[in-house]
Design a binder for this molecule. Sequence first.
Ligand code: BES
Ligand code: MN
Ligand code: ZN
Length: 493
Amino acid sequence: MEYAVSGKNVATLRSDCVVLVLNKGAEAPQELPAKTRQQIREVMDDGDFSGAQQQTVMLRQPEGLAARRLLLVGTGSQDSLTVPAWGRLITAMARAVSRSGARNAALLLDNLAVAEHDEMALVRESARMLEEATYRFDSFRSKKPSEPMKLRRWRFVTSGTANRLSRAAQEGRAIGAGVRLSRELGNTPANVAIPEYLAEQARSMSRDYDRLSVKVIGEKQLERMGMGGFCAVSRGSEHEGKMIVFEYKGDTGKPLSLVGKGITFDSGGISIKPGASMEEMKFDMCGAAGVFGAMKTLCELNLKLHVVAVVAAAENMPDGCAYRPGDIIKTYSGQTVEIINTDAEGRMVLCDALTYVQNKYKPHTIIDMATLTGACVMALGDQASAVYSNDDDLSRDLLASGEYTGDRGWPMPLFDEYGEQLKSTCADMQHVGGPRAGSITAAKFLQQFIGDVRWAHMDIAGTAWKSGSEKGSTGRPVPLLTRYMMDVAHGER
Ligand code: BES
Ligand code: MN
Ligand code: ZN
């Protein structure tokens, strides 16, 4: 999609569709020609449009405008929108516009108010939300959808300075590109998206961007290096596991590090999962997909940052070589782990990735993301990712980035008492606690592998994909992460 910004002459604007956002019961703004306002009043009086949240009404050949269509979109009764409500509004708007034959559309920004967001932010995040709203996962259909989308160009109509605002629109597009990549990888089924597929995607990304390099470590090598945790999980699969290492050199000095869980399919292994909804376990690499998306945006924005990202890509399957409950595994850190349930595989691949990145790259900060526990879904559902951290500033910054983008996080505790559930009778620790506080005990397990470094862990099990009729990857937490990285690069965090 292309984006442009232009000044406010609405009446003469040649557009296939002008979009006006209206509060419940509000009058149309004074800038519109009297005829247009009159027509809007009639539409309201006739009861066709009230301004209720996400309500849309399309008017053809609107009075007083050069545009071919006028779309009214309701915002509900509050004065300023929350960010998630804004996202829903953009989705409803994008649907209504693409259902029409419009090839281009213009959104009047002056009527849009979102708490804590200036005009730059409105343009940037609206563009990002439009990229998200127009994403379709059609790569595996032999018959393409009957009506291809004609819409190619969005214009933001505003009184602000066009230069800065069009840069904001390009930023939004870059973030959207990261989200879309993340969703595409998440949605790609596990018979295609095997670890080597992810490795190849990473290599191909490194060919697109000068500042990005990629190294892939194969399973044999990981075995030789002593990555017992990773290999315990990966050896039950026919598909060779890979540790994928991205390095983005937009700056010198110690790097920021991202780490993602990339279980391409989680059958549970010997502790096999029940059949219901098991197909959703193709999404168990969404932490990795988040890393890919964040790296893509980073490259597109050319941020002045040094970032090293590690993706632990493996498949959790039961075969004759698979690890079993009761096994004692020596991790890359040297610590031994008693396996309780082979379905708790994510923490076993992550612990080695965390040790690796600390030993080799000495990052100042590590952020890992993983679809780690069903318990997290019980606790927070699909609204917020669980955020754990050993550093209050880091935690605050990530939560603020989540609030700003609507890709929300919520803070969770790392009290030492929770860690007592991990005491083992025969090894340094066991990798699973009891039935209570399962997302927290998983985080406590990971913390055993964190040295003297700022660290945050995000359990994205509830947020990374949607189930049911809208089943599909969401691309979270790419908006949160990229907001955080942009702030760090601009010296604001
Ligand atoms: N990938 C799952 C977590 C998951 C389950 C995410 C359902 C989203 C929806 C993870 O590998 C897993 O199986 N975790 C187990 C851990 C348990 C065995 C301690 C879980 O949450 O049940
Ligand atoms: Mn599992
Ligand atoms: Zn898993």
